[in-house]
Write a protein that binds this ligand. Structure first.
Ligand SMILES: CC(C)(COP(=O)(O)OP(=O)(O)OC[C@H]1O[C@@H](n2cnc3c(N)ncnc32)[C@H](O)[C@@H]1OP(=O)(O)O)[C@@H](O)C(=O)NCCC(=O)NCCS
Length: 332
């Protein structure tokens, strides 16, 4: 990154988790599974499910209000809003527009990003570069998902893995040089979309009685292949971003990976030669909350005081698409 570009910092974070806790034993009442299987294969012990009154835009708004509060920012200061989600309130208008209204933001730029579980990194990357360009002054990014709305509760291999939630961050320009978001790398490979997808509801297979009967509006996943790809791309993009800035992995103070599977995170830790104490995980409590997951963990880590001035923080994600991304931050 050229040094002349202004620094962009994360000045506030927030998160919202629905009230309803669903344990593995609760899941075992719905599908043929067990607490032991889910824990050993994924590391998940429980997840949250949103109720009928907790839509994606509702959760996004609650997380955003917290982020604004911790940033000490007023809603009227925000001039860019990006919501990353694969479970929008409706196909259109965008969830970002609904959040714009719920928060009472002005007539600002608001749009959704669909990069599945990499959405938070995609949103961070887009917003930070738009701020650096001088086009906007203060941005709000949100990752929010109601995954329970697209889970097939007859498919035990997918429904046990995901949960609902939202996270948000306020991004702004800082005078301090060499601090904040150093840069991000994002990437994609759409050559095999069926690895992880929702077949129906788009123009190829619009909603019909047949598509509903065939359970085509739910997540379908090739778990084994996704697992392999996740280990490969998360390791690679982490190495790439550290190399770009001349850091080695042992200089990372805190690594926040997308919370999909503890075995994937263990493999990443091994590959990077980092002890698990340098990671912040909450998969056991929330499952995979897709675009919300990194932001929820980041908010928790910040509140727990795990990030101090000058700390090197690495965020890394992968998701359907395939998509992937990493963001390197020098905490302010
Ligand atoms: C899904 C995942 C946990 C499955 O773990 P795995 O070790 O690959 O398990 P397998 O697919 O080999 O399945 C083993 C057996 O468990 C069964 N099984 C699947 N889900 C089960 C469940 N919830 N409870 C009990 N048994 C289950 C399978 O049917 C299979 O049985 P079979 O051998 O009789 O056919 C794992 O592949 C994974 O996490 N992949 C990545 C998924 C992911 O992270 N997606 C999000 C990307 S952002």
């Amino acid at each position: 990154m050229p040094q002349s570009l202004p620094s962009v910092i994360i000045s506030g974070t927030g998160a919202y988790l629905p009230r309803r806790v669903v344990t593995n034993d609760d899941m075992a009442k719905i599908v043929d599974t067990s607490d032991e299987w889910i824990r050993t294969r994924s590391g998940i012990a429980q997840r949250r499910y949103a109720g009928p009154d907790e839509s994606t835009s509702f959760m996004a708004t609650a997380a955003a209000e917290q982020a604004l509060q911790t940033a000490g920012a007023q809603a009227c200061e925000i001039d860019l809003l990006i919501v990353a989600t694969m479970t929008p309130d409706m196909p259109f208008p965008s969830t970002a527009c609904l959040v714009q209204s719920r928060l009472g933001l002005g007539a600002i730029t608001a749009f959704d990003i669909q990069a599945a579980c990499s959405g938070y990194i995609y949103a961070l990357n887009t917003a930070s570069n738009l701020l650096r360009s001088g086009a906007y002054k203060k941005a709000l990014i949100i990752g929010a998902e109601k995954m329970s709305s697209i889970l097939d509760f007859e498919d035990r291999s997918t429904c046990v893995l995901f949960g609902d939630g939202a996270s948000a961050a306020v991004l702004e320009i800082s005078e301090a040089q060499g601090t904040g978001i150093l840069s991000s790398i994002t990437g994609s490979d759409g050559s095999n979309p069926e690895l992880l997808y929702q077949p129906a509801g788009g123009c190829i297979q619009p909603a019909s009685a047949e598509s509903v009967l065939a359970r085509q509006h739910f997540i379908k996943m090739n778990g084994k292949e996704i697992f392999k790809q996740a280990v490969r791309v998360m390791g690679q993009v982490s190495t790439d971003i550290l190399d770009r800035h001349g850091y080695s992995s042992d200089q990372v103070d805190l690594l926040i990976p997308h919370q999909a599977n503890m075995r994937i995170i263990d493999s990443l830790a091994k590959r990077m030669g980092l002890p698990m104490e340098r990671f912040h995980n909450n998969l056991d409590r929330f499952g995979n909350t897709s675009a919300a997951s990194i932001g929820i963990a980041l908010d928790e880590a910040r509140r727990a005081g795990r990030m101090g001035p000058g700390d090197l923080i690495l965020l890394v994600a992968f998701g359907a698409g395939l998509t992937w991304g990493a963001t390197l931050i020098k905490w302010q």
